[in-house]
Design a protein around this ligand. Sequence first.
Ligand code: ATP
Length: 272
Amino acid sequence: ASITRGVTVEIPKVTWEDIGGLKDLKKKLQQAVEWPIKYSTEFKRLGISPIRGILLYGPPGCSKTTLAKAAAHAAQASFFSLSGAELFSMYVGEGEALLRNTFRRARLAAPSIIFFDEADVVAAKRGGSSSNSSTVGERLLSTLLTEMDGLEEAKGVFVLAATNRPHAIDAALVRPGRFDLVLFVQPPDLEGRNQILSVLTREMKLGDDVDLKRIAAETEHFTGAELKGLCKEAGIVALREDISATVVSHRHFQTAKDSLKPALTKADVDSY
Ligand code: ATP
């Protein structure tokens, strides 16, 4: 049973519409992930072989995981999730076994998407540190590369890897036939934050005075995850003020915002 530890199989329910902003990125993912699965006959007719993997990079909380799930939903693909950090922490051999087993199950359940979070932990540049742990990473990386190369013949298995540390990734991973596309999932700009807030407040009862544009303007450097936290906090502020409140008003958002500080700075963003 330990061999399946940490792996979840499902077709996610998240849709492209649940993700605010990132219009171009969503389109690229649609074409690269959704199309080859949906239109496999058409691809075959034209003799195009679809790409096997995409590396998503960018700061935490900007919807890398959510994008992968939305791609799986759109393609009605089984979704497998692996974490580099979790593989790395396993007993000797167990991480490789889980990796191989996940690819095997993904081939059986195709069309499938394997989401590989914290890829940098496993796919760190080789030959760096000489500690014992680097050999664990090297073995996992070579297993991953072997499995990626094996996808050439497998139909309908797609790997979406994610990292917050793109500079640490081994170049062998972004060789053609492995991760052919490397996409930056950027933190939202003003327009992006506005769209994210619209998505996040869809189900909320908002007062007439709530001005999402203004909130977007006043939340520079907030990630999507932090905006989600802000909306939740605004609801709690409203209830704290009056437990029988029926709407969340602008001042509740203001109070919530004053209690939160974005983790990202401009320097962090510029470092990507
Ligand atoms: P990490 O690198 O920490 O895994 P991530 O980039 O994978 O982060 P997600 O886990 O996808 O980020 O996002 C965190 C949460 O923030 C999600 O629950 C999602 O609902 C929300 N979120 C982030 N970005 C957006 C967005 N653009 N639109 C709507 N919700 C968002």
